[in-house]
Design a protein around this ligand. Sequence first.
Ligand code: ADP
Ligand code: MG
Length: 800
Amino acid sequence: MSGLINTLTNIFSLEQKRGYSNTAVVGGLANFIGFLQSNANTENISAEDINSLISLFNRYAVLSLEDRITAVSTVIKWMRDDPGVNRLHLTMPSSLENAAPKPESHGQDKALSGLLQSIRGIGEKNSLFFNKLGIFSIYDLLRFFPRRYQDFSQLKTINRLEYGDELSVIGTLKNDLYTRNAKRGNLKIIEGVLSDSTGSIKITWFNQPYLANQIGKGSAIVVSGKVDMYLGRLVMNSPDWEPLDSDQLHTNRIVPIYPLTAGLSQRQIRKIIYQNLPFWSTRVKEYLPEEVLECEKYPPIANALSHIHFPDNTEQLDQTRARLAFEEIFFLQLGVLAQKTDWSSQTARRYALSAQEINKSEERLPYQLTNDQKAAIKEILADLNSGHPMNRLLQGDVGSGKTVVAKFAIQTIIENGAQAAVMTPTSILAEQHFRTLTQLLTQDEVAKEDEIALLIGSTPQKERPEILEKLADGRIKVLVGTHALLEDPVTFNDLQLAVIDEQHRFGVEQRIKLHEKGENPHLLVMTATPIPRSLALTVYGDLDVTTISEMPAGRQPVETRLLHPNQRKEAYTLIRDQVAAGFQAFIIYPLVESEEETDEDYRAAVNEKERLAKEVFPDLKIGLMHGKLKPAEKEKVMLDFRKKKYQILVSTTVIEVGVDIPSATVVLIEGANHFGLAQLHQIRGRVGRNMDQSYCLLIPENETALENERLAVMVKTNDGFKLAEFDLDQRGPGEFLGTRQSGYAGLRFSSITDTQLIEKCRKYAKAIFEEDPGLSQPEHQLLLEQLKYCWPGIQFNLNN
Ligand code: ADP
Ligand code: MG
C-alpha cells in the first residue's frame, strides 16, 4: 500500500472511531488538504481522484452526519479496492456531490433514528438479536438501560481480601495459566495465581482453555468477582477479567448488567454500547425544559444516557436514575394530558334525553335508582350534551350498579340515530351485558332485539360478515363485545359512544383504539377497582371522574370468613343451608401463578366438580364453568345457573369480573392464598347483590398459608378503596393494574405509588400545556419528539 493511501486509511479509520466528529486531523479534515496536494504526485492516484478527495475534505465540516458516514465509507471502500496500478475512479454518491449543509433543525439529529447496522460492532446478524430485545435504532440502543449493576468499583489489595467480597483486584499473573481436566465430566479447569505486592490468590476459570493464549506469566490484569473459599484458602472462581491497560468496562467499575437474548453475550452488549456511547450520547439534544433541569438539578440528557450505562460512582448513578424516573412519569403525564387536550379541544355532537323519557325509563326499572346513580346519570347526560367529547370514568365498588347508568348513556345516543359500543375484558361479561342491555333497551323501546349484537373472539366466522355488515351500515345500534371490537375489520357506521367496562383490565392504548373507531365519540369507562389518588392522576389523568359510593338500598356487607383447610365441612354446611333457603353458591378454584386460567386450574375445577357431585352434594345440581368451554356452552351454563337449574357453580376465575347473579349468596374460594387482593375482592363481589346476607369463605391451600396477610385484610374490610391502597403498597402497581396495562408495567426507574414524583411531574406537564397547548413552539419540538418516542403508535393530534 502506498504511503498516501496508508495515511488516508489511518485518518479515515480514526475519523470513524471518533464518530465522524471531524477530529481525525487536528483542526478538522480540511487542514489535511495541503498534505494531500503536496503528496499527490508521488502516488499513482489520478488527478481526478485527488480532486474528489480535496473537495470532500473541503466540505466535510458542513456535511451532515449521515453524509459524513456515506463519504467516509465510500473512500475506505475505494482504498481497499486497490489492486495495484489501476485504481478505479473514486466516485462519490451523487447525493453527496450536491449535499448542502443541513439547515439548523429544531428536532433531534435524524441519524439517531438510523438503523443499528450503521454503527460499530453491529452487523446484519447481530442486529437481529438486538431487534429481539426491541432495539431497532441507534436511539433505542442508547435507551436500552441496564437491568441492574454489579459494583466492582471497590479495589482491594490481595492481603485485605475477605470471604464474600465482591470487588476488583489488580495484579500480575505469576505463571502461565495451567489447564487440567476435572476428575469427573469433561470440564476443563484453567488455573492461575494472581499476585500483587501484598500477596497472591488463586483464580480459576472453567471451560475457557483459550484464555491461556490471551494471558500468561507477567500479564497485568484486573479481575472482578466474588471472593470464595476452597480448602480453607481464598480463591476467585470465574471472575471477569481485563488487561490492566485497556478501557475497563467489565471490571474495576460499576458494571452494567443488561437483559439478554440468545445470541448476545453480556460482554458483547457492554462493548458495543461502550464503544458507541461517547459519540452518540452527546448527539442527543436536551428535550426536558431548562426550568425542570434547573429546579430539579437533573443531569443533562447526554450525561444521563452515558452514566446510566457506565456510571463512575453511585452518586452519579442515583442522580441519573432520578432524572430517568422523572422522565418516565413526566412523559406518561404529558401523554395523558396531550390526549385530554386533544379530545377536549375537539367538538362533538350533542345528544340529549328529555326529562320525561328519563322518568319513564326509571319507572320501568324493578328498583329505585340510588342518589349516586341519579347524579352519575345527570353528569353523563350533561357531558353528552356539552358539545365536547365526554371522557368520563365511572367508578363504583362491585355491585354498586354501574351497568344501568351506562344504559342511560347508550339510550341517549341510539335514540338519536348513532351507535354505541360496549367493551368488556371477558366474553362471559360481554354476554351478560348483551343480555342485560337487550332487556333494558327493548323494554324502553329504544332498540329492537336485532339492533343489538354481540362480538367476541369466538363468534363463529360465518356469523361475522353479517354482524360487520350491519354494523357498517348502521342497522346494528349497540355492539357489545371483548377486545375483538378493536380489530381492524370492525367498522361502525357512526360510533358516538364507547363504553369500556372494567377499565382497569385494559390499557390506555386500547381505550384510544376504541375511541378511534368513531368520529370524536363520547367515552365512558367504568371500573370497580377504586383508584388511589396517585394512580388516578396518572392512569386516569385524562378523564373526569364520577364516583358512586352508595350501594343500592338494603345491601348488607358480605360476611367474610377465613377457614382452616380442615374446616371445609363447615363451608359445605353453610352452602347447604343457603341452598336450602333457595339461594345459590359459587365455588372458585385457584389461579396458579398466572393471570390467565391454566390447564391446572381447569383440571382442578373439573376434578373437584366430580368429587363434590359424588361425595359432598350428591343431591344437588352442580354446574361447571371454565375457560375451555365454547362460548355457547359458557353462555348456556351461565343461563342455566341464572335460571337455578344448578344450585352450585364450580368455576375457575373466568367469572371473576362483572358477573351478576343476584340470588347467589355464598362464594367459596379455594386456594385463596393464590389470588391477588384485587381479584379476591372482585370474586367476593359476585355475591351480596341482593338484600340478603351473603358470605365469602376463604380457604387457603394449606395451614401455613393461613398466615396470609391479604386474607386477613379481606376478612377485616369490605371497602374496595382500602383494599386497593393496601394492595398497591404491598404488591406494587403491576398486580394492581394487571400486566395488561402496558406502559405502566414498564416503569423501570419510578414507581406509580410515588405520589410526590407524580405530583411534581403533573405540575410541570400542566404548566407546559397551559403555555403551549399544541406543543407547537420551537422550544417544545424536542419534547414533542420524545413524547412520541415514549408513546409509539399513538397519534397525538395536537393543533400543530
Ligand atoms: P356493578 O357496578 O358491579 O357493575 P351491576 O351494574 O352489575 O353492578 O349491578 C349489580 C346488581 O344490582 C344488578 O343485579 C342490578 O340489577 C342491581 N341494581 C343496580 N342498581 C340497583 C338499585 N338502585 N337498587 C337495587 N338493585 C340495583
Ligand atoms: Mg359491572
